[in-house]
Design a protein around this ligand. Structure first.
Ligand SMILES: N[C@@H](CCC(=O)N[C@@H](CS)C(=O)NCC(=O)O)C(=O)O
Length: 143
């Protein structure tokens, strides 16, 4: 049985859920707690135990535990190839992975200022300073 630890506002978890549903794979979804004041803290104990980064999504499949949405989706495509999600040729697959990386790491950063605040202002000044798009939404001084 596949178990997915997911988050209510997590686009990365949604990516994995879409892959599971496109492939028609049954799974149990564990929705970890999230709120606008403390975000994902305190973190779900199983997520903390399974992912050294303490983030969702985390997928468990017959004893195999994976984290990071891209790693998870690539595993699902190889382990359950009946309905493929990635294209056939190495060049097309590489282009698809680049698109995925662009969406996850570049496009999302550019879109964050347009999104409603999805987490608390970090307490750590260094982490706050690293999120310029969030400064205007934070009540703490930028430090
Ligand atoms: N690169 C990771 C990013 C995962 C991630 O940023 N997850 C967020 C929710 S969308 C999270 O768990 N945040 C809590 C934290 O970072 O402490 C992936 O693709 O799965």
């Amino acid at each position: 049985m596949i178990t997915l630890y997911s988050g209510p506002l997590s686009l990365f978890a949604r990516k994995v859920e879409i892959a599971l549903r496109e492939k028609g794979l049954p799974f149990e979804r564990v929705m970890v707690p999230f709120n606008q004041t403390t975000g994902y803290d305190p973190k779900h104990p199983e997520v903390l135990a399974l992912n050294p980064k303490g983030q969702v999504p985390v997928l468990s499949d017959a004893g195999l535990v994976l984290y990071d949405s891209t790693v998870i989706v690539e595993y699902l495509d190889e382990a359950y190839p009946e309905i493929p999600l990635y294209p056939g040729s190495p060049a097309e697959r590489a282009r698809c992975r680049l698109d995925e990386l662009f969406a996850d790491e570049i496009l999302l950063q550019a879109l964050k200022p347009l999104m409603h605040r999805t987490g608390p202002c970090p307490a750590d000044p260094a982490r706050r300073a690293a999120q310029p798009a969030r400064r205007a939404q934070c009540h703490r001084p930028a430090g």
